[in-house]
Design a protein around this ligand. Structure first.
Ligand code: FE2
Length: 279
């Protein structure tokens, strides 16, 4: 059985077939999967039937496990895996759709996770796609003047920006000590593996730009986000049962869609992989 890898869109996403991650994977296949991940930024490995420990082993073919911040979502039997579920509610009883609104994961960490992997355990009959934005493309298309303006600018990332439209689920006290108060990351970062530049934005976590008045910073961030989230930079992943999808947080935004029948459960396992401090 030779693993087949093919693109899912013009600029973002590839699928891998004929590979079984429930057991050992040979060095050649592992190298090909890692290359495909860096080249396509989203890698959907189809047809996986994995227990929690098998998923944890599978994603470590790509790197080391990153400790996720909000421990309330940890699986009791395998706490390095967190779950995403549409059945959770905010304290006021409203349904919580994890990941709604474009963002990149845990950017308030000094060394944010390079990748996030989700394994589909239960999917609605239709809807619930994950949308991605290719931030390499978005950066490359910016006018030269804007690129010059962004050169050297750093954004201030916190757990939850006071300007965020989306509210995150509160952190339990034991998790608060793992979360830094604020970190500064460049707005344009260089991918450590491919060397390509990309925009590094996160409307849920960015609260300002170092050395810039708040009004001006928010205006600039809004303008960049509107540019980056244009349809031409998007890839929309339609989930299939058995998908293990891994994406590159260094050069993508992503968001979940709540556009499905919420009496149906949408439940996935999530693991993140350690990354470097953005530069
Ligand atoms: Fe996310």
């Amino acid at each position: 059985m030779t693993c087949q890898i093919s693109p899912l869109s013009q600029h973002t996403g590839a699928e891998a077939r004929d590979v079984d991650l429930s057991g050992p994977v040979d060095a050649d296949t592992r190298a090909r999967l890692n290359r495909a991940f860096v080249e396509h930024s989203v890698l959907a490995i189809r047809g996986q039937s994995l227990t929690a420990p098998q998923m944890l082993a599978a994603v470590q073919l790509f790197g080391e496990v990153f400790r996720q911040h909000n421990t309330r979502f940890a699986l009791p039997e395998c706490p390095q895996i967190h779950y995403l579920s549409n059945q959770d509610k905010y304290e006021d009883g409203k349904r919580y759709i994890p990941g709604a609104g474009y963002h990149t994961d845990h950017s308030n960490d000094a060394a944010p996770p390079k990748a996030t992997a989700l394994l589909a355990i239960k999917l609605p009959d239709k809807g619930g796609d994950t949308q991605y934005v290719n931030m390499h493309r978005a950066y490359e298309d910016l006018p030269t003047e804007t690129k010059k303006r962004l050169d050297g600018l750093k954004a201030i990332h916190v757990y939850q920006s006071r300007f965020s439209e989306r509210k995150l689920m509160g952190l339990p006290p034991e998790a608060q000590k793992n979360v830094p108060a604020a970190v500064h990351h460049p707005i344009v970062r260089t991918h450590p593996e491919s060397g390509r530049k990309s925009l590094y934005l996160n409307p849920i976590r960015i609260e300002g730009i170092v050395g810039m008045p708040a009004g001006e910073a928010l205006g600039l961030l809004d303008e960049l986000l509107a540019h980056a989230t244009q349809e031409k930079y998007q890839y929309r992943h339609r989930w299939q049962p058995g998908d293990l999808v891994m994406w590159d947080n260094r050069c993508l935004l992503h968001k979940a869609n709540g556009d499905y029948d919420h009496s149906q459960t949408r439940y996935l396992y999530r693991v993140m992989l350690k990354g470097d401090a953005p530069f």
